[in-house]
Ligand binder design. Structure first.
Ligand code: GDG
Length: 488
């Protein structure tokens, strides 16, 4: 079902740090292609249906002919895209700096990785104000503006200053930290006030929503808090902000059907054949210290040590997708992973068997699905994660229904998948090693029962449901929403 807004002149405007496109220059020739990924798949039909708009940074240098390239894609996309250009210095300070060196680690409970800099904060504010200016120029009062993620926490605040009547909603894709952590931030009041400028604020989990409400209770005087089961209402003077939790998901059918394709089945067969007749355990993550990859390697090492019958019978296939490689913490992490994989492989390798197959690159779609399909176990053990879509994609692609998901209790996905997955604390190396052994020895019937539960849960609450659910919780939108049944 696609959500539509009743009135003809009402549009849905999506705003995110990045536009859903990739712009490249090869041999002096610029090219553009549409972005992929769950969020785009879910939102694009809704934006198309509502003759909407997507606003964001195009992710390329300033010399690219962005307007021309975006225009050329408009027909194919079915909606208009508006660029917010950023200079190299702004990208450095707003994106790599405040967003990725302050907010990202702090919101993932990793205070030790968090840097505080007044300079990057100032640029973060000015870029958020620029996004608000663009929204103001491009929208009308009747439009509904839906802003995404931690790079744009303050955009609602500037939008309210410039266009006081503009309604806007916000969804945070990463966790919201506890009061104890949040209060370390020198600009905590500004960020909370920024979030309170939205009409609807959505989080991934109930815990995130509670953390936010507790921060507001302690740090913002004069707010009336009305907690209900589905949403919390925060009233400040004349204004009410609705706060809810809406766990994001994936397009279940796309993975379920994609994984059955002949080319995926063949690629999965080759992958397994190359790595021998043993169980494969998968890890797929962006290079990020929140994903708990070193701890995972250590847990696997401990499992091989503690349960020698695992040796030669299981391999860990770890795909690390390069990401934020210009940030020093990410470069260090890469070195740590190289060192650990080398040491563990040197310690345990045997003729014809390597314990850790570690690749540092991204996979194309067929290979991604083939990895999901061919690995008997997935070990997804982030130290903290807003949701973790890989866990959901793995289950949706497990069309044979006999694989096992080991999942960190600190991933948002654990709330929904806890009954079918083996939950682990990734800091507890011993217990994670035990979970690996438990997964390895789990009888087929039990695997099938658990995977059936997981697949049912993910199918029932897929990403299309997420969009409906979020938009349906928007008080102003609720009154003007119509559901266009029959269209998917
Ligand atoms: C943020 C939050 C939240 C991965 N490797 C390859 C590849 N991927 C795709 C996966 C998946 C996506 O990247 C990763 O999504 P995650 O949810 O796991 O993680 P983040 O990128 O950190 O996303 C997170 C999410 O936002 C949504 O709200 O769940 O908690 O941190 O879709 O499939 N795709 C391809 N090749 C790869 O090698 N093609």
């Amino acid at each position: 079902m696609i959500q539509t807004l009743h009135s003809d002149n009402r549009r849905l405007v999506i705003v995110s740090n990045r536009l859903p496109v990739t712009i490249q220059k090869d041999d002096d020739e610029w090219s553009i292609r549409a972005g992929a990924g769950g969020l785009v798949t879910a939102l694009a039909p809704v934006v198309q249906k509502n003759k909407g708009l997507w606003i964001g940074w195009p992710g390329c240098t300033e010399d690219a002919p962005v307007e021309h390239l975006l225009d050329s894609l408009e027909q194919e996309q079915g909606y208009r895209m508006v660029s917010v250009p950023l200079s190299e210095d702004e990208v450095e300070q707003y994106y790599r700096g405040f967003s990725n060196e302050t907010l990202w680690p702090l919101f993932h409970d990793l205070l030790g990785n968090t840097r505080f800099s007044r300079q990057t904060w100032q640029v973060y504010r000015s870029v958020n104000a620029r996004f608000a200016e663009t929204i103001c120029c491009e929208t009308q009062e009747e439009d509904f503006v839906w802003i995404h993620d931690y790079q744009l926490l303050l955009t609602g605040h500037y939008l309210r200053q410039k266009c006081p009547k503009q309604r806007a909603a916000f969804f945070l894709h990463i966790p919201f930290p506890s009061l104890d952590l949040f209060r370390r931030l020198p600009w905590k009041q500004d960020l909370l006030q920024g979030l309170l400028a939205y009409d609807l604020v959505g989080f991934q989990t109930l815990r995130d929503r509670r953390n936010f409400v507790q921060c507001v209770r302690e740090l913002v005087p004069g707010v009336h808090i009305d907690i209900r089961r589905r949403v919390t209402r925060l009233t400040l003077g004349e204004r009410t902000v609705v706060v809810g939790h809406f766990p994001i998901s994936i397009d279940f059918d796309e993975f379920n059907e994609g994984a059955r394709a002949q080319e995926v089945a063949e690629a999965a067969w080759y992958l397994h054949e190359n790595l021998g007749k043993r169980q494969l355990m998968l890890g797929i993550d962006r290079l990020d210290y929140t994903k708990g990859i070193p701890e995972r390697f250590l847990a696997f090492e401990r499992a091989l040590e503690k349960y020698p019958d695992l040796q030669r019978q299981i391999s860990l296939l770890q795909v690390v997708v390069p990401s934020r490689t210009l940030v020093p913490d990410y470069q260090n992490l890469k070195e740590v992973l190289d060192g650990l994989a080398g040491r563990i492989n040197a310690r345990f390798s045997h003729q014809g068997w390597v314990p850790i197959h570690y690749v540092f690159r991204s996979l194309d779609r067929v290979q991604l699905l083939a990895h999901y399909r061919s690995c008997e176990i997935a070990l997804i053990s982030p130290l903290r994660d807003g949701m973790n879509l890989v866990a959901k994609e793995y289950c949706a692609s497990s069309v044979d229904g006999n694989s096992v998901l080991i999942l960190s209790e600190f991933a948002g996905a654990a709330d929904q998948l806890g009954s079918g997955a083996l939950l682990v604390n990734p800091y507890d190396i011993e217990a994670t090693a035990d979970a690996i052994y438990r997964a390895f020895t789990m009888p087929l019937e039990k695997r099938q029962r658990r995977m059936k539960l997981l697949r049912h849960q993910i199918r029932r609450t897929d990403v299309h449901r997420w969009v409906e659910w979020f938009m349906g919780s928007w008080p102003a939108l609720k009154r003007s929403l119509s559901t266009d049944a029959g269209l998917v």
